[in-house]
Design a protein around this ligand. Sequence first.
Ligand code: ATR
Length: 281
Amino acid sequence: MSSHSYGLAGVMGWPVAHSRSPKLHNYWLEKYGLPGAYVQLAVAPETLGVAIAGLAALGFRGCNITIPHKVDAMAFVDDIDANAKRVGAINTIVVQPDDSLKGFNHDGFGYIQSLLDAQPDWRADTGPITVLGAGGAARAVVLSLADRGAKEIRLLNRTPEKAQALASEFGAPVKAVAWADRHAALSDIALLVNTTSQGMHGTPALDLDLTALPQRALVSDAIYVPLETPLLQAARLRGNATVNGLGMLLNQARPAFQAWFGVMPEITPELRRAIEATLQS
Ligand code: ATR
């Protein structure tokens, strides 16, 4: 365990300059009066191992792991918690009391909490769920929905083999559906989730016709740049409730901050506004 009272943490990525995590964690450090800092750690893939191995010696309590390191970083920690193992990726490392390193993945927790922040009575078992995408974000989201009792998860991906592989790995309630059938896959659903990159700043909007989507369905997007993707805008204009990706980012950070600094931090309207102010494009 680091004997330093000054708490250090950071985010390892490549590139990492776009990350909002420093703003978020430094806001909390200041708010809770904790001496410390959360810094950007620009680490190239070829030095990931030595960078992670140096965390304890440098006095870090741990770090977040972001693109493109979430899968590769697993090879450089001593232990991985059960949920992160199932997801197949880590987004957080916590330096343990004996200086060993343990990996966690809080993305699914963050996603579920973002839905609950928007709709406190939200439940996973009120109707079918359609998830678009089968990458790392989809793995965390699908597992967390299944763990919350989802009865049917329709998984669609441009490259069908990835959706099929994920469906056979996770088993019921996940079913792979052909990408060409995505418009019809919205019928009768209670929740739609976009985990593809389509709609992110600089990419085209998702090619999705919302006609079959029930108006009571909740529509969520893992993207937070822009805060309102074309998908969320189209859903809002036809009367659907929407949840953007910022809540997932804010909520996944809470258990990491607690593990490093000993306080479970709160997401206040003021914090949300401070982060949103950095996202106006
Ligand atoms: P993340 O970790 O954020 O999930 P990722 O693993 O790179 O990132 O996954 C990106 C997702 O966006 C994938 O599901 C990808 O589909 P493919 O598996 O077919 O690549 C999806 N995606 C990217 N570009 C897309 C496009 N033009 N149309 C549809 N889906 C797309």
